[in-house]
Ligand binder design. Structure first.
Ligand code: SF4
Length: 243
């Protein structure tokens, strides 16, 4: 009896041996977990101190600067905001300014008439609905004139350390697609894709680092692939050099 039981056990053991299960989708392809980790690690190495380039001293100033940065460089915005905030340092002061005064101060950022209306509208909204303080939720912030989802994500992430989404500007849009982390045709779709593939605790830093990468290396035309520490991880058709 004993011998028979032993033989049965042996048969069962060998029957359990099966070919290795195929890897889960998250472990293969461009969105493989280890590939995404390698991309994040390379970004950390290249841009360990990446922060928001818009000069600001408060959430209010950052909100205004971010509204002004639409279709404009951060460098240009940083040239106009010191005088703007000297003249109108608070939402209360900005709410009382005349539109021509605001327009004159922000003229060089482009679309200055719309932007003047937006920043004054933002000031009034923050006074009437939020007690003069910039709100700290995406739902509230996106009710502020001039603050669409991208602007709200910038303010939440930079001023309050809150990641409710991923900031997708022109650099994040372009580079996330080049790195095959996203395929979407719009920033909104790309953001949703990134939120699935990038760990939440990296949403804020990912955007800052990729924005720096886009300005310095992975520029829109003729990216500097020879200088790029992500080159071995990148299969983009836009590559100008391959190792
Ligand atoms: S290899 Fe070239 S295209 Fe790819 S991320 Fe680097 S700079 Fe951009």
């Amino acid at each position: 009896m004993t011998a028979i039981r032993k033989a049965t056990k042996t048969v069962k053991k060998s029957a359990v041996r099966r070919p290795a299960a195929p890897k889960a989708a998250s472990q293969r392809g461009p969105l493989a977990t280890d590939r995404v980790s390698a991309i994040l690690k390379s970004l950390d190495e290249a841009y360990p101190d990446a922060v928001c380039a818009l000069t600001h001293k408060s959430p209010w100033e950052l909100l205004v600067a971010t509204i002004l940065s639409a279709q404009c460089t951060d460098v240009r915005v940083n040239m106009v905001t010191p005088e703007l905030f000297r003249r109108f340092p608070t939402p209360q002061a900005m709410a009382k300014a005349t539109l021509p005064e605001l327009e004159e101060l922000i003229r060089t950022t482009g679309f200055f008439r719309n932007k003047a209306k937006s920043i004054q509208g933002a000031a009034k909204k923050i006074i009437t609905d939020f007690g003069g303080k910039v709100p700290q939720t995406l739902a509230e912030l996106t009710t502020v004139p001039g603050a669409a989802r991208k602007t709200a994500n910038v303010v939440l992430g930079v001023s309050f350390g809150k990641a409710d989404g991923v900031v997708v500007d022109t650099h994040v849009f372009r580079i996330s697609r080049r790195l095959e982390l996203a395929k979407g045709e719009t920033p909104q779709v790309v953001e949703q894709e990134l939120m699935k593939v990038i760990p939440k605790d990296r949403w804020i830093s990912y955007s800052h680092q990729v924005i720096h990468h886009g300005r310095q290396v992975c520029i829109a035309r003729n990216p500097k692939c020879k200088q790029c520490n992500l080159e071995t991880l990148c299969n983009s058709n836009d590559k100008t050099w391959s190792s």
